[in-house]
Design a protein around this ligand. Structure first.
Ligand code: ATP
Ligand code: MG
Length: 561
């Protein structure tokens, strides 16, 4: 059996979340209804890790004819911005999912407030006006008993009065909090009277200055799920210890319907990169990369600009499956899916990234010929194009060596090669400048070899690509290395920034065949022999290297053996 990843059409990988939802359906839990949500905090752009969560949340809803809403968890006014909201909606759609609805936790601020008053009146919440450090210290720790706040038994009327005054803006930030009256001796620290509300005199991107009281993640999340009618609240493993609190809040709230259930799955991490919005933001702020869509980042913006097809990202997410243990996947595997897709869809073009001129000395002066080349040998429907061939063409400087090392089969004095789709040429010499740099490679062509084969059956060992100098257009290519040089950035020193690749981007000025001038913004083409390149969305002559042609995943697997 082959070790390369199976094609994206292979049967679905293990997905324990899907299995458990199916079991719920079979048992009639939630009346056979499936509703999920994808709940990003709008404090940055989505990255490849979020793509996995999106595939799980939207995928499960799709599998069971349910609904998945896109819900912004916008409970922290300080870090959230409308720019991020818009980008997230756009990225989810780009991945190919249409949200059942776009909703906001901030839509529920009023309901959440009412439910908090309900907890106060039923004796399950109280206002604490101790400072934050004292409250943390009193929480204790595992095996260390918690200390009850002196305000824990404040009378209900006083709690209500204080809470209403907190809302009215009478108190300063940090002076009062609302706490759940749960269990100060619980083994799970989350249940030691967690904070439900804090005071923050901050402008919110949607509610403006309506509120100075903001709910914590835990208080807002499960209640938002319940308000919307979510059945399966799927999140990542770090929320495992929050599940008991999630349930506690729901059990003590006046829910309109069924109590949703939280299920946790493993986060996606990739080799040679970081997937944390905080670290991504730091890379941008430190000027290591140009912005959220710098093609070296693992954000969906960046991957899209770099030419990663959304379908390849989804196929990768399906392939890795959904499990309960965190693991880091090899980036080469993701690249395999990208290459696999682009091989089928990308048109072939010729471009020379480090050009040197090849002069064919026996070519008739002023003569030009049209060579017909297939646009994509993998797909006959893509048809063919005409490429002009003349006696002066650009070739890769790499494809010529004045002194050839052993096993070098490309151009060197005396050697014959095939110019892709055109003729055999034999190198006769070269010219240099005063410093000895090669300025021109000289060759003769064999007129009998048009189309790339010799009637006498003689073979050549190399085929090289070319672009007629008279017909070439100028292009700029951005060649990317991995942003981090270490497989697990930060493993050595604790700081991923110590592992930054010293030269993760090289910009080269190249020459390309005229047809490339028609590439649409965002279109990905294969530069023959070089790799896949994505036309930039804005800059007309700029191409980003998406991925090379070689399957590195096979090598990674061999190394792993
Ligand atoms: P970050 O640490 O990058 O800020 P986050 O978890 O705070 O990520 P959110 O915007 O809160 O980001 O995440 C929205 C959803 O995406 C959550 O359900 C979260 O669990 C999920 N998610 C975030 N990162 C990953 C990841 N690396 N793999 C899988 N799911 C993820
Ligand atoms: Mg978060």
């Amino acid at each position: 059996m082959s070790d390369t990843p199976n094609s994206p059409d292979t049967p679905a990988a293990a997905n324990f979340v899907r299995d458990s939802v199916r079991a719920d359906n079979e048992q009639g839990t939630f009346g056979g209804r499936v509703q999920t949500r994808f709940p990003p905090e709008p404090n940055g752009y989505l990255h490849i890790g979020h793509a996995k969560a999106i595939c799980v949340d939207f995928g499960i809803a799709e599998d069971f004819s349910g609904v998945c809403k896109l819900r912004f968890d916008d409970t922290n006014p300080v870090t959230e911005e409308t720019e991020y909201v818009d980008a997230i909606i756009d990225d989810v759609r780009w991945l190919g999912f249409e949200p059942g609805d776009v909703v906001y936790a901030s839509d529920y601020f009023e309901t959440l407030y009412t439910w908090a008053e309900h907890l106060i009146t039923t004796g399950f919440a109280y206002v604490d006006d101790q400072d934050g450090d004292t409250i943390s210290a009193q929480r204790g720790g595992y095996g260390k008993p918690g200390v009850e706040s002196p305000h824990r038994d404040r009378p209900t009327a006083e709690n209500l009065d204080l809470f209403r005054r907190m809302r009215a803006g009478e108190f300063a930030d940090g002076s009062h909090v609302l706490r759940a009256k749960a269990d100060m001796q619980h083994d799970n620290m989350q249940l030691r009277d967690p904070i439900m509300y804090r005071i923050r005199h901050e402008h919110h991107h949607r509610t403006g200055d309506d509120w100075v009281l903001y709910p914590t993640y835990d208080w807002a999340h499960g209640q938002s799920d319940a308000i919307e009618g979510v059945t399966h609240s799927i999140c990542t493993l770090e929320f495992d210890s929050h599940r008991a609190l999630y349930d506690w809040y729901l059990e003590h709230s006046p829910l309109p319907g069924d109590q949703p259930r939280q299920t946790e799955f493993a986060r996606l991490e990739l080799s040679y990169t970081v997937t944390s919005k905080r670290k991504l933001l730091q890379l941008i702020n430190d000027g290591v990369v140009d912005g959220w869509d710098d093609p070296r980042l693992p954000t969906l913006r960046a991957l899209r600009r770099r030419g990663y097809p959304a379908t390849a990202i989804r196929a990768f997410c399906d392939f890795i499956g959904v499990a309960k243990t965190n693991s880091r996947h090899q980036i080469e595997m993701l690249e395999w899916f990208v290459r696999n897709e682009l091989n089928r869809t990308a048109l072939r073009r010729m471009a020379v990234l480090r050009p040197v001129k090849l002069v064919i000395t026996n070519w008739p002066t002023g003569h030009s010929e049209s060579i017909t080349l297939q646009n994509n040998p993998e797909n006959a429907d893509d048809g063919s194009r005409e490429v002009e061939f003349t006696g002066e063409v650009w070739i890769e400087s790499d494809d010529f060596k004045a002194e050839a090392p052993p096993k070098y089969f490309r151009l060197t004095p005396g050697a014959e090669v095939r110019l892709r789709g055109a003729y055999y040429v034999k190198c006769t010499g070269y010219n240099t400048d005063a410093d000895g740099n090669v300025t021109e490679v000289l060759a003769t062509y064999d007129p009998e070899t048009r189309g790339g084969s010799a009637p006498d059956g003689r073979k050549v060992k190399a085929t090289i690509h070319w672009v007629s100098t008279a017909h070439a257009i100028d292009i700029t290519a951005a060649l990317y290395e991995r942003l981090f040089a270490a497989e697990v950035p930060g493993e050595r020193t604790g700081d991923p920034f110590d592992d930054l690749h010293p030269n993760s981007r090289e910009i080269v000025q190249g020459k390309a065949e005229a047809a490339l001038a028609e590439a649409a913004p965002g279109q990905v083409v294969q530069f023959e022999r070089l790799g896949y390149f994505a036309h930039d969305h804005d800059q007309p002559a700029l191409f980003h290297r998406t991925v090379g042609l070689k399957d590195e995943w096979a090598n990674v697997q061999k190394r792993g053996k």
